[in-house]
Design a protein around this ligand. Structure first.
Ligand code: SR1
Ligand code: MG
Length: 401
């Protein structure tokens, strides 16, 4: 860590100037720190002609908690390398990394400021018709091309070792799979849903299923995951959709990435009951979200299937029955991880605006209860929900708690 020091705006300007040809020495550069994420410093560096780049630096602790939660700065390497690998496979949907400095734990990347963060747009009731088909392409390609269908044993194990990412994985292991199911001090539970949260701490059947999902998260290195595909990690407009923030990347179960996104669409679905006052608009938004979940899974499954049939390098996995079994197992995992995401974003440490921005407390509590109920059912029923339509039917038939 000898070369490491926390960036000032000046350092960010210098970093951007030295490592790209976007700016000239004579440019008057402005640098503004605008990150509001959980972990890092993020600067926008801009010249007077309006050209801009982003400098992201990992802090040696988790920003949302402070210095009492130390965290490896090696996560900047993980983030840069995952984005570079995913960017080679799917450049149209991955933010472009221009430079990475290991000692400074800093990354220089393209500025996506012309796009907006998906979560804020969904909270505002906006719709992006291409979201699901674009994310289906991103997930199918990044996950297929880093899996055993393409890499040989030697390549795959080298990659698995390179992306072990133990500290960031531990955050997920704790926040996603452990804390919500016990009375943990990190949890953040609104008073009105304390009885429902307590039920989670005593629900042994649910805890057994979450343990199985956690065991898979720990021991199923199927592909190089992004590791944190929530709607705050996606920049979007009507045409484009790009994924950022890959510091939680590691080799894990494919369903974790797919399920995280489905879980976030369902969090917005639950939140809309409290965010949207107009009944017709509520129905439209719900229809949109369910269509996107359907298109996401159908698009992912059909692209992944096509890739398995045409580009599998490993002959054992060219078997069509195996490929069918593989996708069924990814669907069950995705539904289970979506359920975990619904629960942990409702009672765990890291909440989401889809629920937090509901101003009326009673309405917020109702949406939170719905998120918990849905989460539980997804986890428990993931093996009997064998098609995406069955999942959508389950969601549509929920009684508001
Ligand atoms: C302390 S980090 C909290 C959450 O933010 C990240 O985006 C991950 O989702 C993590 O669980
Ligand atoms: Mg993030």
């Amino acid at each position: 860590m000898s070369d490491y020091q926390t960036f000032t705006a000046d350092d960010a300007r210098q970093f951007a100037l030295s490592h790209s040809d976007t700016f000239r020495d004579s440019d008057k550069l402005e640098a503004e720190e605008f990150g509001d994420g959980n972990l890092n410093l993020v600067f926008r560096v801009k010249n007077q002609q309006g050209r801009s780049l982003i400098v992201k630096q990992a802090l040696p602790y988790a920003r949302c908690v402070g210095e009492s939660w130390p965290l490896t700065i090696d996560r900047a390497r993980i983030e840069a390398e995952v984005l570079l690998r995913h960017g080679r496979i799917c450049p149209e949907h991955t933010v472009q990394v221009l430079h990475y400095d290991a000692a400074k734990a800093a990354i220089l990347m393209e500025d996506l400021g012309q796009l907006t963060i998906l979560r804020s747009e969904l909270v505002a009731g906006k719709q992006f018709p291409r979201l699901a088909s674009q994310m289906a392409q991103y997930l199918a390609h990044t996950l297929f091309h880093t899996s055993d269908f393409v890499l040989n044993g030697l390549q795959k194990k080298t990659e698995v070792a390179r992306f072990l990412n133990p500290e960031l994985c531990l955050i997920t292991e704790d926040l996603f799979f452990t804390d919500p199911y016990c009375n943990h001090e990190r949890n953040n539970i609104h008073q009105a849903i304390l009885p429902q949260a307590r039920e989670l701490w005593h629900d042994e059947a649910l805890q057994a299923e979450v343990a199985r999902l956690k065991a898979d998260f720990l021991s199923k290195p199927q592909a190089l995951l992004h590791g944190d595909v929530h709607s705050g990690s996606i920049f979007i407009d009507a045409q484009q959709c790009k994924v950022i923030d890959a510091e939680f990347g590691f080799y894990g179960p494919i369903g974790f990435d797919v399920g995280s996104l489905i879980g976030n669409l369902l969090l917005n679905y639950a939140g809309q009951f409290g965010l949207q006052e107009d009944t017709t608009a509520l129905e439209q938004q719900h229809r949109y979200l369910l269509e996107q979940i359907e298109t996401l899974w159908q698009g992912f499954a059909s692209e992944f299937s096509q890739l398995m049939q045409t580009q599998s390098k490993e002959s054992s996995f060219a078997n069509s029955s195996y490929q069918h079994f593989f996708l069924q197992q990814v669907l069950a995992d995705s539904i289970g991880y979506a359920g975990c995401e619904l629960i942990r974003r409702t009672v765990g440490l890291a909440h989401v605006a889809d629920l937090e921005q509901i101003r009326n407390e009673q309405l917020r509590a109702r949406s939170e209860r719905l998120a918990l109920m849905l989460g539980r059912q997804l986890i428990m029923q993931r093996h009997s929900l064998t098609t995406i339509q069955q999942l959508l039917t389950l969601v549509q038939h929920q009684e508001l708690p």
